[in-house]
Design a protein around this ligand. Structure first.
Ligand code: NAD
Length: 247
């Protein structure tokens, strides 16, 4: 596969789980990685592991000014953005039916998952279009494709992320910039600390392969999706679900 050495890659939610694994793999390949995450402790931990292989920007993906500030800092340092992997995300309350979910909880999940995807895409796209090149990947979820009972806020906002990528993929189809989403099933990461065990069992039981995905599998899929040679697919929702979704 064509190298991404010296490409500039923004990874949101890059201090933990999927984002951290992606940021590490890209940095090891020689990409200039910028991690945008709101978790100060997570940033310190990631910095201790990645050192100067990445830059770190304490960013709230749900805040327009915070996203604009971080993207401006990346542009000021590197002058360009080639790749964005938006992995920042939260589940909110899960393991509960809609009647037990407070509006404030739904709103928070919406702001991080969907508004955050909207803001990062809207902010980086002009810089990519200027150079007629870019790869944007919005990490959605199988919950957005299938709908998981007990996860109304999460499922609804991830469905929104899939719709967002479909829409803007078409808007920018002639620019050299691709925008896709990804729908992983269960991958063991710290996000599971916020989900009741029974909810995780429910999600895992729906995977025909009867196992969770692994971080190396998800990194390999993401690496392909944002690669230079993946140039004829945009607005698409990639599957990574062990057979749960076959469409
Ligand atoms: N792990 C899974 O099973 C799974 C499955 C499908 C989709 N996903 C999605 O993959 C993405 C990464 O999840 P993960 O499993 O690595 O979870 P994680 O909790 O390990 O990582 C999420 C990261 O997002 C950051 N974050 C949360 N809110 C933020 C905000 N407001 N601004 C900036 N950063 C913020 C966190 O600090 C954390 O570093 C999420 O969008 C998640 O919904 C995960």
């Amino acid at each position: 596969m064509e190298s991404i050495q010296n490409q500039v890659a923004i990874v949101t939610g890059g201090c933990s789980g999927i984002g951290f694994a992606v940021a590490t793999a890209f940095a090891d390949e020689g990409a200039q990685v910028a991690i945008l995450d709101h978790d100060a402790k997570g940033i310190e931990q990631a910095r201790s592991e990645l050192g100067d292989q990445a830059t770190f920007h304490q960013t709230d993906i749900a805040s327009e000014s915070s996203v604009q500030e971080a993207v401006a800092a990346v542009i000021s340092k590197h002058g360009q953005i080639d790749i964005v992997v938006n992995a920042a995300g939260i589940t909110g309350k899960t393991g509960a039916p809609i009647v037990d979910i407070e509006l404030a909880d739904f709103r928070k999940v919406y702001e991080v998952n969907l508004q955050g995807s909207f803001l990062i895409a809207k902010t980086v796209l002009p810089y990519m279009v200027e150079r007629n090149y870019g790869r944007v990947l919005l990490v959605a979820s199988i919950a957005g494709k299938e709908g998981n009972a007990g996860m109304a806020s999460y499922s609804a906002t991830k469905a929104g992320v899939i719709g967002l990528a479909k829409s803007i993929g078409k808007e920018y189809a002639e620019t050299g910039v691709t925008i896709n989403s990804l729908a992983p099933a269960v991958v063991k990461t710290p996000i599971h600390d916020t989900i009741p065990e029974e909810q995780i069992d429910y999600m895992t039981s729906k995977i025909p392969m009867q196992r969770c995905g692994t971080l190396p599998e998800i990194v390999a899929a993401i690496r392909f999706i944002v690669s230079p040679e993946n140039s004829f697919t945009t607005g698409f929702c990639y599957d990574l679900s062990g057979g749960r979704a076959t469409y």
